[in-house]
Design a protein around this ligand. Structure first.
Ligand code: NAP
Length: 501
């Protein structure tokens, strides 16, 4: 075992001050830290940093890395200089050093012993482009010369391949498995569950593709607490990086102290993901763009309302890997609206005729509201109106007609084009405006409506409602709605602060 704290913070900065600041941050979360000396801009910064390290000797398992460029790092010096730096780091308090195969294969073992004998070695191999056929052979090669641990980092272009990397760690205590790339992010989080000796997570600067930040690894996914019995859920989509579903769903699991985790899956190929469902032990998943319709073909059964809407956003994996689909966008719309206006007998306008508009239209129609659709493509508006027994309203009529509710189901006004509104103030003749957009929380459309004294509902309401409905389908328990809502609002506030100029 390298360390009891198996989440390894990666500290990487161009100057000694930045390294030290990140190290202090890292130590608040974990006692295992990799120091990327190759990121330092030159010998002077490196000496300054190591001198401070030698003076202060933080109580932590420190791993020194000075990765050369040919192995994917930033160090431009010679192999001799690399070894000298690593030796200095070991003298300054690093119990471990990481040496890539490109260097170790060119050094006689006796030289390593003389220079670095005090330190324990992680022998590492990184594959950023090429993917070796036989990973076990790579592991055997790395093990030659008796390092205390070995590390294999491999860029994966499929989820299936990332699971091959994790499999290497099964039954061993000395192997660090690092699946790299955006598609492999869930495997990175599950690496510790599957036996990897460490999982790396940067404090600030990403040092490899598809990394998860230290904060997310520890606090959002709790990677060091996952076990083989932990139930795994996730959201599939492309893109997926900005999804708030992990924040929402994990907050629910944490509030109820459930042994479960929710991960974001960047899925370009549905087949790759579906083939991995069993291997990963996935118990259920959310579906977002562009797979909400395509997933229907792969289901064993589907809720009748989801089938009528023609889109599934929630899948439960039942015994034998059978997939059952639901649509909770529909539930989300109802939960967000019915508290505010009596829907039966109301007359509502949906602006837009895409996927979300369809869920809104079915929800409203099912509740006894009469549905009007206005969209820039007449054919799409007509198709949706017909599907729910509603009517098409041409745009010029909006200035003259009154509705109980107007629902924006277009992306107009979404971050970063947050200064736009899909409708003008004079087109807002209604009691309530519901904007499906949740970034930003208060949209331009909602501001215009509020100025006219119209009640507004944010897309956050629907997002939380559809997500808590998913959580309840998967767990069979009542969702801790307030805890889940608070987590989403906190994340949105943090994002908004970070995007301030
Ligand atoms: P979608 O399937 O792409 O549909 C978008 C609709 O908006 C289409 O009818 C599109 O018309 C129309 N549109 C796009 N740009 C427009 C413009 N400049 N002017 C007028 N109409 C325009 O997308 P979706 O999945 O329905 O999502 C729509 C919005 O709802 C997004 O902002 C999404 O984030 C939000 N949403 C929120 C939740 C939630 O939980 N709060 C859930 C789902 C979706 P064309 O067909 O002519 O392009």
């Amino acid at each position: 075992m390298i360390s009891k704290d198996r989440i390894c913070a990666v500290v990487a900065a161009a100057d000694a001050f930045g390294m030290w600041r990140q190290l202090a941050q890292a130590l608040r979360v974990t006692r295992t830290v990799e120091l990327r000396l190759d990121w330092l801009s030159g010998d002077a910064e490196l000496d300054r940093f190591l001198a401070r390290l030698a003076r202060q000797r933080p109580r932590a398992t420190l791993i020194a890395t000075c990765r050369r460029r040919e192995a994917g790092g930033k160090f431009r010096g010679t192999i001799a200089q690399q070894l000298v730096h690593l030796a200095a780091a070991v003298r300054s308090g690093c119990a471990w050093y990481d040496l890539e195969i490109e260097t170790s294969s060119r050094c006689p073992p006796e030289l390593l012993d003389v220079l670095l004998g005090e330190g324990r070695r992680i022998a590492s191999a990184h594959f950023f482009q090429r993917s070796p056929e036989n990973l076990r052979r790579v592991a055997a090669e790395l093990g030659r010369g008796g390092p205390e641990a070995i590390k294999i980092a491999l860029r994966c272009d499929s989820l299936g391949r990332s699971l091959d990397v994790l499999r290497l760690a099964r039954g061993r205590k000395d192997l660090i498995a690092v699946p790299m790339g955006d598609v492999a992010l869930p495997a990175r989080v599950l690496a510790l569950r599957d036996g990897s000796a460490l999982a790396y997570a940067p404090v600030e600067n990403s040092t490899a593709p598809g990394q998860v930040t230290l904060d997310a690894m520890k606090n959002l996914y709790r990677a060091d607490q996952l076990r083989r019995t932990t139930r795994v859920y996730g959201v599939i989509g492309d893109p997926i990086g900005h999804s708030l579903s992990p924040v929402l769903q994990n907050a629910g699991f944490q509030a109820r102290k459930m042994d479960a985790v929710f991960l974001p899956f960047l899925v370009r190929e549905l087949r790759d993901f579906l083939l991995s469902v069993g291997r990963l032990g996935i118990a259920g998943f959310s579906v977002t763009l562009p797979h909400k319709q395509a997933i229907l073909r792969h289901l064993d059964d589907c809720d009748p309302m989801a089938a009528a809407i023609g889109a599934v956003n929630t899948v439960v994996v039942r015994g034998g890997g059978k997939l059952y689909g639901y649509n909770t966008d529909y539930v989300g719309v109802l939960r967000a609206l019915e508290r505010r206006i009596p829907l039966r007998g109301s007359r509502s306008l949906i602006f837009g005729a895409g996927g979300a508009a369809r869920a809104v239209a079915f929800a409203l129609a099912e509740s006894g509201a009469s549905v009007c659709v206005c969209a820039r493509r007449a054919k799409a508006a007509k198709g949706l109106a017909r599907a729910v027994g509603g009517e098409v309203v041409e745009r010029p009529r909006l200035q003259r007609e009154f509705f109980d509710a107007i629902v924006n189901a277009t992306p107009v006004g979404m971050h970063p084009a947050a200064d736009r509104s899909p409708l003008a103030a004079c087109e807002l003749n209604c009691r309530l405006v519901f904007d499906l957009i949740y970034r930003p929380r208060v949209t331009k459309l909602m501001q215009l409506a509020a100025l006219r004294g119209i009640e507004t509902v944010s897309g956050v309401e629907m997002f939380v409602a559809q997500g808590t409905a998913q959580w309840e389908i998967w767990t069979g328990e009542r969702a801790p709605v307030e805890a889940m809502r608070r987590a989403v609002l906190r994340a949105l506030t943090r994002e908004a602060k970070m995007s301030e100029p």
